[in-house]
Design a protein around this ligand. Structure first.
Ligand code: FAD
Length: 451
């Protein structure tokens, strides 16, 4: 067992939340280690093929700024993202396409420049707790077992692995039966004829249900997102060509013209935190990808000359464990556009629940331009007060998580968690004892929107 020097802050997982947390904490002067099981950062955005980032805006107001927006600006300068552009599905305000390879590099650079130490190819496998505090983590990499200690830990693993290992209070799935949103194996294709799809959006906007009321907005989108062709999907299912439940074609152009993310497979009834079920989700997801790719090439206009670039690489997990923290954000809070006194992130994405039972998506929208804030209390818990949550595993109900789970919000939550962790570690207090109004001022000074 190798024992490593103690750190101020250890960030577990380098998805968008973990990368922002590590960068923020290191910029505040903390000694930071970020542990990631893959060999690159970005998590869902780079390892599960998800994207575009959706959405930095609530109407005209940009609610996600600060570090997460800085990352987009850096990508823009290198032509790795067109920045925030109109969402031509019509579902929300803006989308932010990006090059996944570019994002891997940029997130890594931000962490390194800030002075954080990155430990890739390392899985957190255990924890040591003492008197209600997390003292250290056991990690495994390449035949080595390591022990890493810190004053403050941030669980940004998406699935809340460290919270689970430490015995923190957790919830999972919807209240009625514990089922999570379905997993999806996203895949990328090249060679899509987006001019043909743009023409159809112009001539038959009714085929694209979210676009229809806002017909014509696609003309302002330098990269195309579209959601439609329900009749073709319905017939495909009736004819037995599509063997799983999915009601709509949903595609997003990446930074590369003609390259599309296809967000359509639907894997039901499998538990993302059971390794055998997760493995079945991978094989079922890949089966669905090949079925969809073949079907869409034959049936969807503009897809005739597409090539399959890659799937995943990992099956996408929308929801799994959620910490039960000092406060649990609810769907009602979101729809009431609640602004909390201890708000640390502002967000306007709807509640977007992909059904755990079948094809549909249950979307509950805020008013045009409406947004809510996430209270700091959703990042901390009283049982293990030096272990914070950031990203899609924060303290939120099943419904609320269906909004906060999207990546701009996860980035903003990571930014806030990183600042708070550094303030706690350097100030000799627990994250639960951080001066929240000072934290909010620091975040505002760093460009974040907190009210
Ligand atoms: C199919 C699908 C489509 C989506 N589409 C969109 C979209 O269009 N737009 C959008 O904004 N959002 C979308 N999302 C949601 C969004 O991508 C994620 O919820 C968000 O990026 C999660 O970020 P995170 O940092 O909290 O977690 P993750 O991205 O899951 O990052 C967690 C990181 O922790 C690492 N890790 C996990 N366990 C361990 C361990 N034990 N030891 C070490 N490392 C570990 C992982 O390797 C990973 O890098 C989608 C999600 C899915 C599944």
């Amino acid at each position: 067992m190798r024992i490593h020097k103690p750190y101020d802050v250890v960030v577990c997982g380098a998805g968008i939340a973990g990368s922002m947390a590590a960068t923020a904490a290191a910029r505040m002067g903390a000694q930071v280690l970020v542990i990631e099981e893959e060999g690159y950062p970005g998590g869902s955005l780079t390892a599960m093929g998800t994207g575009p980032m959706m959405t930095f805006h609530a109407g005209e107001k940009q609610t996600v700024r600060g570090l997460t927006d800085e990352m987009v600006e850096r990508l823009k300068k290198k032509n790795l993202s067109p920045g925030h552009i109109v969402d031509s599905t019509g579902y929300t305000y803006t989308v932010t396409p990006f090059s996944a390879e570019g994002m891997k590099r940029e997130l890594e650079l931000m962490m390194i420049e800030a002075g954080a130490t990155i430990l890739y190819h390392t899985v957190i496998t255990g924890v040591q707790t003492e008197e209600g505090r997390l003292r250290s983590l056991t990690c495994f990499s390449s035949g080595h077992t390591m022990q890493v200690s810190a004053k403050v830990f941030i669980d940004a693993t998406g699935d809340g692995d460290v919270l689970a290992l430490a015995g923190a209070p957790l919830k999972k799935g919807r209240d009625s039966d514990g089922k999570d949103q379905p997993m999806t194996m996203n895949y990328k294709i090249s060679g899509a004829d987006t001019d043909t799809i743009r023409r159809l959006m112009e001539e038959t906007p009714e085929v694209f249900p979210f676009l229809y009321p806002k017909a014509g907005i696609q003309k302002k989108a330098p990269r195309l997102s579209f959601s439609g062709f329900q009749d073709i999907m319905k017939k495909g299912i009736a004819d037995g060509e599509i063997t799983f439940d999915r009601d709509i074609v949903l595609c997003f152009e990446t930074n590369t013209p003609g390259e599309l993310i296809v967000n359509m497979s639907r894997i039901l009834e499998l538990d993302p935190v059971d390794p055998f079920q997760l493995s079945r989700a991978e094989t079922e997801g890949r089966r669905q990808v090949f079925e969809l790719f073949d079907f869409m090439k034959r049936k969807i206009p503009g897809f005739e000359n597409t090539q399959l670039l890659f799937s995943g690489p990992r099956v996408g997990v929308r929801s799994s464990r959620r910490m039960v923290g000092r406060y649990t954000l609810t769907g009602e809070d979101i729809l009431a556009e609640t602004k909390f006194e201890d708000g640390i992130a502002a967000y306007g994405y709807p509640i977007d629940i992909h059904s755990a039972d079948g094809a549909e998506t249950d979307s509950r929208f805020l008013r045009e331009g409406g947004y809510y804030t996430v209270p700091y209390r959703c990042l901390v818990n009283d049982e293990i007060p030096n272990l914070m949550a950031a990203g899609r595993n924060i303290s939120a109900s099943f419904e609320a998580q269906a909004s906060t789970r999207t990546s701009p919000c996860c980035g903003a939550l990571g930014h806030a968690a990183g600042c708070a962790a550094a303030m706690a570690a350097l100030g000799g207090v627990l994250p639960t004892q951080v001066d929240v109004q000072r934290l909010r001022r620091v975040l505002s000074e760093q460009g974040a929107v907190v009210d």
